[in-house]
Design a protein around this ligand. Structure first.
Ligand SMILES: NC(=O)c1ccc[n+]([C@@H]2O[C@H](COP(=O)([O-])OP(=O)(O)OC[C@H]3O[C@@H](n4cnc5c(N)ncnc54)[C@H](OP(=O)(O)O)[C@@H]3O)[C@@H](O)[C@H]2O)c1
Length: 318
């Protein structure tokens, strides 16, 4: 698999990152191992998890798989995320001691002695950026994380964090993990679910060059399933709420037309759009899969080179 470089990072990462939110929990260890094997055999070395996923089972199964296969730790790049506590009504747990506790658990579950990228899973604007950044910097100073970043943060808070990092001579965020795909979401633009159409995030990343980890790059498979079935019957309930609108049905038709024209599958067209870095800054898809076959389909997007006209056609208003 080809690799890409991220600004400020001294090592390359695989162009497609493997999302593992449901591995080790909704998908059992056997299926999870088969998905890891498929990704690894395709040359993939970049894994994405979080302290919160599957109550820790995603982190656990990654460590278990690596040991079972005898793969050296340094052969892979691992992103995990801290600061979310699903047992709380607002899910935030972002005070310094909570972040440091999360890292202890992440390392113990994976059996690793460091994480390559540790991201803040959410934001909590009640906690000052100085407290959060001091905790992340401390983890880095101890050699337990190599770099850090954020996920689901507003541009305004990211700017505040960047200003504080610069003023205190620390590295600051190198990755922003955020939803990015060809859909339009049924939510107002806010930090948890940002809508790329507003251009604010794109402008910030174009200006800073900071990398984006694009989660849900195929929008949970809903556009592919809509094209296959002609309706939303196979969508999961949360997807029906988030993605049902005419814009997305039109987007599916555009994807379907390009799939017919190029011979790639609808999923591959969507992956290729993210891989084309259509906004002009480094971004990499973080793709999920329930089966090895789904993953193989998505990875096929690496072979699909979209022309500038095709990129514009897929997102005419961008
Ligand atoms: N930072 C954050 O807040 C955040 C949030 C969400 C996700 N993430 C990360 O991003 C990763 C991926 O996210 P995601 O699972 O939401 O996104 P995704 O990659 O857009 O969707 C994956 C889902 O799409 C369906 N699918 C996959 N291949 C398909 C194919 N060929 N045809 C039809 N359907 C297909 C499967 O759902 P079915 O089981 O329904 O078939 C699969 O579980 C996560 O694992 C996680 O690591 C991060």
């Amino acid at each position: 698999m080809r690799t890409i470089r991220l600004k400020g990072v001294g090592f390359p990462v695989s162009a497609v990152c493997l999302g593992t939110a449901y591995l080790g929990s909704r998908e059992d260890d056997e299926t999870s191992f088969a998905i890891f094997d498929t990704y690894y055999e395709a040359g993939g070395r970049f894994f994405n998890t979080a302290h919160e996923y599957g109550d820790g089972n995603s982190e656990r199964v990654i460590g278990k798989w690596l040991r079972a296969r005898g793969i050296p730790r340094e052969d892979i790049v691992l992103t995990s995320k801290c600061g979310e506590d699903g047992t709380r009504p607002d899910a935030r747990a972002m005070h310094a001691e909570e972040l440091l506790e999360d890292l202890d658990e992440t390392l113990s579950r994976t059996g690793f002695d460091y994480v390559d990228f540790y991201l803040l899973h959410l934001d909590d604007v009640r906690v000052p950026v100085c407290e959060i950044l001091s905790a992340m910097h401390e983890m880095q100073r101890q050699g337990r994380i190599r770099h850090y970043g954020c996920s689901n943060w507003s541009v305004a808070r990211q700017k505040e964090a960047a200003a504080w990092s610069a003023a205190h001579g620390i590295e600051g965020f190198l990755i922003d993990e955020i939803e990015m795909n060809l859909t339009r979401l049924n939510v107002d633009n806010h930090a948890w679910h940002c809508n790329w159409l507003d251009g604010e995030y794109a402008a910030y990343h174009r200006q800073t060059g900071m990398a984006v980890g694009a989660y849900s790059p195929i929008a949970n498979g809903i556009l592919t399933k809509y094209l296959r079935d002609g309706d939303t019957r196979a969508w999961r309930p949360h997807a029906v709420k988030t993605y049902t609108n005419d814009y997305n049905f039109d987007a599916a038709r555009r994807i379907g037309r390009l799939a017919e024209e190029t011979g790639f599958t609808p999923t591959q067209i969507q992956m290729a759009w993210v891989l084309a870095q259509p906004f002009g800054f480094p971004c990499f898809p973080i793709v999920g899969a329930r089966t090895p076959d789904q993953l193989r389909d998505s990875l096929g997007g690496l072979d699909c080179a979209l022309t500038p006209d095709m990129i514009r056609y897929l997102r005419p208003e961008a």
